[in-house]
Write a protein that binds this ligand. Structure first.
Ligand SMILES: [Zn+2]
Length: 160
């Protein structure tokens, strides 16, 4: 530890970024800092009401509203939650989840594909008020998320 941001530090940062699904530029920017921070604090906790620092577990519940399931036919994928938290911090604005996990009946009802990742808690649809969908998607992609833009419907589908 010499306190110098030299080539070896940069290499270590790049290795961390690669392991975290981030762009490997070797620079500790917002996303990398958030990933370091959330990793250290272990914000993913399903025991209480919080999924992460900024998202409540209930925000990801199946929106059949109890008609066909108890709200969580599957739990949300932890890596996805961590990346959604990093996304929210990078955008520095509230992020609205329009669809998290779905039971098969609800998924069919909303026209989801048969093997939709929503069934397994591996996808979330969302938007950030005031921020273009394409911008949200670009940041999500830099975090290693798989994205499908639904610009006409005003949300982006993000998956691990
Ligand atoms: Zn349901």
């Amino acid at each position: 530890m010499d306190g110098v941001d030299g080539p070896r530090t940069r290499k270590a940062v790049q290795a961390f970024q690669a392991a975290s699904g981030l762009e490997t530029d070797g620079i500790v920017g917002n996303l990398t800092e958030t990933r370091l921070f959330t990793g250290q604090l272990g914000v993913i906790a399903f025991d209480g009401d919080s999924a992460t620092a900024h998202f409540a577990r209930a925000e990801f519940a199946c929106d059949c509203n109890g008609a066909y399931c108890d709200g969580f036919p599957a739990e949300m994928n932890r890596e996805l939650l961590l990346k959604l938290e990093a996304l929210r911090n990078a955008l520095d604005t509230p992020v609205i989840i329009t669809s998290g996990v779905r039971c098969p009946t609800r998924n069919a009802e909303v026209g989801g594909v048969e093997k939709s990742q929503h069934l397994f808690g591996q996808a979330a649809d969302l938007y950030a008020p005031g921020i273009p969908i394409a911008t949200v998607a670009a940041v999500a992609e830099s975090l290693g998320l798989y994205t499908i833009l639904y610009e006409d419907r005003g949300f982006v589908h993000l998956a691990v």
